[in-house]
Design a protein around this ligand. Structure first.
Ligand code: ADP
Ligand code: ZN
Length: 729
């Protein structure tokens, strides 16, 4: 009975915060779950996916509209449908919002445009016969060239050294003709391409990872010190998957920074992988999406959103730098791409490799619980030693007034320059100065729509808000007291550190690397090239320089303000500062010459500094773990944040108080707040936060559902749920 009913109507999920809705199946047609279909929605035509849930048999037939058509793409496979439904339930987002991430390329649903090429026709005269008066020299060249292969008209003209008009003339004569062909597929990575010899330790690790391929779902942490060759090692698992005819997804925290990674991949596999990130053009996105769905792209490297690609036979997922906070998507549907990668792999029945030199406590806890396996690479490749890390106590060696580099760091820079080696100065602050104030009245320049100071960027000669993108020129007059030219910069940003370094070392080549100067893959590649070519002596940069780069001549790393990440009440402040500074330190001395790291700090006795200086990771992590355990913080307890935001402060306040008053009353649950968010106003919206804290086994979604359903949320207020929050701003 059920079957005949479902052959007449289907439930269709839409990539919108609406639905799913039921549609009628026109007589003679049949649709199955996963089919991409065009359906009417009001007056619009939209694309949806036939979903697994049974349609509502009680719904009046007359109210149903017909499915318009099936679209010419492979159906969405069951593991991806299950994954989408799971993510929606976990993040408490509408199904359609998650589905939208899997259908983000409208162009993928129309037949791809074919490519026009020109070729010699049968009626063309033979250009080699040289019959007088038949062919001009240019036409002759074009025909001769065209014989060596069909290609687009412009390309032919270029190759033959003739004008476009010559080719056009030959087409009009009928001596050249146009064909439509499918664009050629990019060269595929080859697992059998010759590769570097692995060391014994690398080989052992690679064998374990490669052995997981084809053996169903598993998660393995590849825990190896910086420079141990983790990439080379997991490439062997990638090779095993390609050889088995499977597809591979590699997730990098910031694909724009992946230039060196791509080059290494191409070296290992003889071709580049497909890429997936926000900077691709729509046509390229459509091409990759379709290739992935058709099972034609063996390897895709991407950022968070690549998780939702329609793989035909996913056989391996790698999450590189798994500890990176960039994997947490903070707006729209809030999710952690590392955690969701594990979920996707579970539905697909394939292994996951999480790689890091500084694994997250979350992942380490999963290793401890026996849920994840762990493979270690304890030494740097090729005998390189780990850098020597020293703390510079800023209380003993204060930099001169209005400067930020202490004497010991200056001396180390001098030495490196004299030895012809490269240095890096790390400060996780973009721009010239984090705060600008009026010398006359003390007025601080603040963003008009956020609780944030404006950051001066001398590079662009503007003030910027790093939270909403507001930007304005530095005013000549103080808006508070009208004093002229009275602004002073307070504190350092990378531009100011570079200025100081230039004054100290006028002959050195100094450059700044931040998300302001490295705006995409091409710029990143150029930077890497310039570092490798020794066109930079001192590189000043933000966290963008900390990630994965390998610069053999870089021997000195100076951390300008090691204490920067430790202020504020974030429960992961210590862990994160340790990870970041350890990664930055790991850039030093990766080849023959030993590396040296100087950490400028006011708190050399702090556990994070001691762990970095002593290289005692185990002790530091054990202390962090014990602390989290004692307080029931993640990964030993669970958190969910509720953020209430709106333009009307009174309304936001009332609603958050009401949520506070109706909070679940259960001994295993604590609710903190409501309290104004540290970022109390963002983009002109007032914000209040509540934090739900529960035991590790608690069903947060169920608790939140029961709690929030008691209160009607007015349209003018937005209530955002952040399960497993990483940002507390
Ligand atoms: P990690 O990711 O662990 O920091 P990488 O994978 O970046 O380390 O490797 C560090 C450097 O050592 C890279 O330049 C890499 O090409 C090189 N390397 C690693 N293993 C080998 C090997 N077996 N043979 C040659 N070079 C290697
Ligand atoms: Zn702002």
């Amino acid at each position: 009975m059920a079957e005949s009913r479902s052959s007449m109507r289907v439930r269709v999920a839409l990539p919108l915060p609406l639905g799913p809705y039921d549609y009628r199946v026109p007589p003679g047609r049949e649709y199955a779950p996963g089919d991409f279909v065009g359906v009417p929605l009001g007056r619009r035509a939209v694309t949806g996916v036939v979903w697994d849930d049974a349609p509502d048999a009680a719904l009046d037939e007359a109210k149903l509209k017909d499915v318009a058509a099936r679209l010419p793409v492979p159906a969405m496979r069951a593991p991806l449908r299950k994954f989408i439904a799971w993510v929606a339930a976990y993040t408490m987002s509408p199904l359609g919002n998650v589905l939208r991430m899997a259908m983000s390329v409208p162009d993928a649903f129309v037949e791809p445009r074919r490519m026009s090429v020109v070729a010699v026709s049968d009626s063309a005269p033979d250009p080699e016969l040289d019959e007088p008066g038949v062919l001009t020299p240019a036409r002759k060249r074009a025909l001769l060239e065209a014989r060596s292969g069909a290609r687009p008209a412009a390309e032919l003209a270029r190759a033959a050294g003739v004008s476009g008009g010559v080719v056009k003339g030959l087409l009009e004569k009928g001596w050249l003709e146009t064909h439509e062909i499918d664009p050629p597929a990019p060269k595929a990575p080859d697992a059998g391409h010759p590769r570097a010899n692995l060391s014994e330790a690398q080989r052992a690790a690679a064998d374990i990872l490669a052995g997981r391929v084809g053996e169903g779902f598993s998660v393995t942490l590849l825990d190896g010190v910086t420079g141990s060759g983790k990439t080379e090692v997991y490439f062997e698992a990638v090779a095993a998957a390609i050889a088995a005819g499977k597809q591979v997804l590699v997730m990098l925290p910031e694909i724009a920074m992946g230039a060196q990674w791509l080059a290494r991949f191409a070296q290992r596999f003889g071709a580049e992988p497909a890429q997936w990130h926000s900077e691709l053009g729509t046509r390229e996105r459509a091409r990759v999406w379709r290739a992935v769905a058709a099972g034609e792209a063996p390897v895709v490297v991407g950022a968070r959103s690549a998780l939702f690609l329609p793989f035909d036979r996913l056989g391996l997922v790698v999450v590189d730098e798994e500890h990176e906070q960039a994997f947490k998507q903070e707006d729209g549907t809030i999710y952690h791409a590392r955690d969701m990668a594990v979920v996707r792999a579970r539905f697909e029945g394939c292994p996951v490799v999480l790689a890091s030199a500084t694994p997250s406590l979350e992942t380490l806890a999963n290793v401890e619980r026996g849920r994840y396996a762990c493979v270690e690479l304890p030494a740097r490749h090729g005998g390189a030693s780990l850098p020597k890390v020293e703390a510079v106590d800023l209380r003993r060696f204060p930099p001169p007034r209005q400067s930020f580099l202490s004497e010991p760091l200056r001396a180390a820079l001098r030495e490196a320059l004299a030895a012809g080696e490269q240095s890096m100065l790390f400060l996780n602050r973009r721009g010239y100065a984090p705060l600008t104030l009026c010398r006359a009245c003390g007025h601080r320049l603040q963003c008009p729509s956020c609780t944030a100071w404006l950051v001066e960027h001398r590079l662009h000669a503007r003030l910027q808000c790093h939270h909403c993108g507001y930007s304005a020129p530095l005013p000549r007059q103080c808006p508070a007291c009208t004093a002229e030219d009275s602004f002073v910069a307070c504190g350092p940003g990378v531009e100011r550190v570079a200025e100081e370094a230039r004054a100290l070392f006028p002959d050195a080549k100094i450059d700044v690397m931040t998300s302001d100067t490295v705006t995409g893959p091409a710029a990143a590649e150029e930077f890497v090239r310039r570092m490798a070519a020794r066109e930079i002596d001192i590189l000043v940069g933000t966290q963008i320089v900390a990630k994965g780069h390998h610069f053999p001549l870089l021997t000195l790393v100076g951390v300008v303000d090691a204490d920067l990440g430790l202020s504020g009440g974030d429960l992961r402040a210590g862990e994160r500062t340790w990870q970041l500074l350890h990664q930055v330190s790991g850039r030093a001395g990766r080849a023959e010459r030993p590396g040296r790291v100087l950490l400028q700090t006011h708190m050399p006795e702090h556990a994070v500094m001691k762990a970095l200086v002593g290289g005692d990771r185990a002790r530091f992590l054990a202390a962090e773990r014990a602390d989290r355990q004692r307080h029931g913080w993640p990964p030993y307890g669970r958190l969910a944040a509720i953020i209430v935001a709106g333009e009307d402060e009174g309304l936001v306040e009332r609603l958050s108080r009401r949520l506070g008053a109706t909070a679940p009353n259960d001994p295993g649950i604590r609710v903190l707040g409501p309290a104004p968010a540290p970022m109390a106003i963002l983009r002109g919206r007032h914000r209040r936060r509540l934090l739900l804290k529960a035991g590790r086994e608690a069903n947060l979604q169920q608790i939140l559902d029961g709690w929030l359903s008691q209160t009607r949320i007015p349209d003018a207020v937005r209530v955002q749920i952040d399960i497993d929050p990483y940002s507390f701003m």
